[in-house]
Design a protein around this ligand. Structure first.
Ligand SMILES: Nc1ncnc2c1ncn2[C@@H]1O[C@H](COP(=O)(O)OP(=O)(O)OP(=O)(O)O)[C@@H](O)[C@H]1O
Ligand SMILES: [Mg+2]
Length: 517
């Protein structure tokens, strides 16, 4: 592997998979299962001398040796619960896989949205004090998911192994009061599959059974648009899978669509929590209604557990059914929106080889250079990774400059004061009849105020627009890769001295780099 110099390393340590690469990479260079193992029975490990101490296996090596190892998964539901295992994973990344000197590299670390402050700062200390990285920046993963499709405003639905996050982001800023974090994700699909297999008489009691279940899920599972309409014959069709011990099992088709059904019906496993579509509606319910339409037009789906065939279709169908619970959706005002594209293409010239057709919503392969959607004939827009800067939701106030008729001082622009803030006297209605002839009234610029007549969407199904990253599982990585390539972002990385003197620098608001100058 050719290792670039002076390019940030992108680290996304997920509960199921670790993804590693460099800024500018389209996909991670290294992906491995997030697990470590130590030997169960030392006598079996013939290659290990006592003097070498306890051998730790990480990722793929651990997977290969799983039969004789005691397996540890360092992350659970977004929390690092096994720190020794986490440290081993970092060592493995820097010294076994990348084989680099961390003092020469900047690191962009993707963090879970609900990371506790102490954990965040502790991880930073591990990077600075144990690995002595040159510089570091830690960014919440939903922001990276959003950037992966070139947006700075959108509703991110991120579904990984441990958590599903529903995160509204406006102009690069997360709106935290509306964020929904569900303990409902890939781990629950695995649990559900395990129980469905048990009902078929198949018991999976292997070491690393989590990984086996995941493998079955990734190979066979899908989401049915309407599970109740699937006929009995289809339900009992079987798919064969060979277990690590060589035994072949036959899995009913029914188990393949019922396992991920948990994401839409958590009560299947007795969970008393919201389903993913319900969480989306609850999220919007905590945001001012003027933002709803814009967010629904910019839904970004990411995370490996959203990769099932049928996931987007089912999500959309359920959202259309329950969206009316929110009340009428105000239309996005027809004011002239400032929509500018500021090219933020990564230095390495990253480009998208697939894009979603704006008209029909199908994913179109653009790798051959075609610009026409084969499904509906729509002409596709440029496929380069640009960050679309949308400021349409910001109220464009009319700039009216005027002077106080009494003290002649300039009144603050857009002032709605009844009294002059300088002399305290009543300000006459400048446009009204009270203005006497000859009175000095200075109006530099006046434009007709826009009277917002609220209109509402009648057909909400038209409203939805999904932005689907090329690879949902690697979307967070790709967002990090794009961000890490931006010179404006690289200025924000901090070194250990800066961190020691002001840890708050780690919480830098990165939305400022997307502002239109
Ligand atoms: N093609 C696929 N179809 C269905 N599920 C998939 C597919 N690929 C991956 N998954 C599932 O996605 C999950 C892993 O996704 P991802 O790598 O985004 O999670 P993670 O980053 O490790 O977890 P988290 O973000 O919750 O810490 C696993 O549950 C895995 O089984
Ligand atoms: Mg993840």
């Amino acid at each position: 592997m050719e290792i670039p110099v002076n390019v940030p390393i992108i680290i996304d340590i997920g509960e199921a998979y670790v993804k590693i690469g460099f800024a500018g990479d389209k996909i991670p260079r290294i992906v491995f299962p997030c697990m470590t193992g130590t030997e169960k029975y030392r006598s079996i490990m013939v290659d290990i001398g006592e003097a070498r101490g306890k051998m730790i296996y990480v990722g793929e090596d651990c997977m290969k040796m799983r039969g004789v190892l005691k397996i540890t998964y360092p992350i659970s539901r977004g929390n690092i619960t096994q720190w020794e295992s986490f440290y081993e994973i970092l060592n493995h990344i820097f010294y076994n896989l990348l084989r680099i000197n961390p003092t020469e590299y900047e690191v962009l670390y993707s963090e879970p949205i609900n990371i506790p402050k102490e954990t965040k700062e502790y991880i930073a200390r591990v990077f600075f004090e144990t690995h002595r990285v040159k510089k570091l920046m830690m960014i919440p993963s939903p922001l990276l998911s959003l950037f992966s499709v070139g947006l700075t405003t959108g509703l991110v639905i991120e579904c990984g192994e441990g958590l599903t996050n529903i995160v509204p982001i406006i102009d690069g800023k997360i709106f935290y009061p509306a964020v929904q974090i569900l303990t409902l994700a890939g781990a629950d699909v695995s649990l559900n599959l395990k129980s469905l297999l048990l009902r078929q008489g198949i018991s999976l009691e292997f070491s690393a059974q989590k990984v086996i279940l995941r493998e079955i899920i990734e190979k066979f599972c899908y989401i049915a648009l309407d599970p109740s309409s699937i006929n009995e014959k289809v339900k009992t069709e079987k798919q064969s899978y060979v277990l690590p011990d060589g035994e072949a099992i036959n899995i009913y088709n029914e188990s393949m669509y019922l396992s991920p059904e948990i994401l839409f019906q958590p009560s299947i496993l007795g969970y008393n929590i919201q389903s993913i579509p319900e969480a989306v509606i609850n999220c919007l319910g905590n945001i001012n209604s003027e933002h709803w339409a814009l967010l629904l037009k910019n839904i970004v789906v990411s995370g490996g557990n959203s990769s099932y065939n049928g996931f987007i279709e089912r999500l959309k169908a359920e959202l259309i059914t329950i969206l009316p619970n929110l009340g009428p959706i105000p239309a996005i005002p027809e004011t002239p929106q400032i929509q500018e594209r500021k090219s933020l293409i990564s230095q390495e010239g990253t480009s998208i080889l697939q894009d979603t057709c704006e008209k029909c919503g199908n994913l179109v392969d653009l790798s051959s250079g075609i610009k026409i959607c084969p499904y509906c004939g729509n002409t596709m827009k440029t496929p380069t990774i640009d960050i679309l800067l949308k400021t349409g939701i910001e109220k464009k106030l009319q700039k009216i400059k005027r002077k106080c008729p009494h003290c002649k001082k300039d009144l603050p622009p857009d002032s709605e004061h009844l009294f002059c803030p300088f002399c305290g006297q009543k300000i006459q209605d400048l446009e009204g009849q009270d203005i006497k002839e000859g009175q000095e009234v200075h109006i530099e610029e006046y434009t007709e105020p826009i009277v917002a007549i609220p209109t509402y969407y009648e057909d909400v199904s038209e409203l939805f627009n999904f932005f689907i990253p090329e690879n949902k599982q690697f979307a967070i990585f790709l967002g990090g890769s794009i961000l890490g390539s931006l010179p404006s972002f690289r200025k924000l990385f901090i070194n250990s001295n800066q961190f020691a003197s002001n840890p708050n620098l780690l919480y830098h608001d990165i939305s400022e780099i997307f502002k239109i100058e």
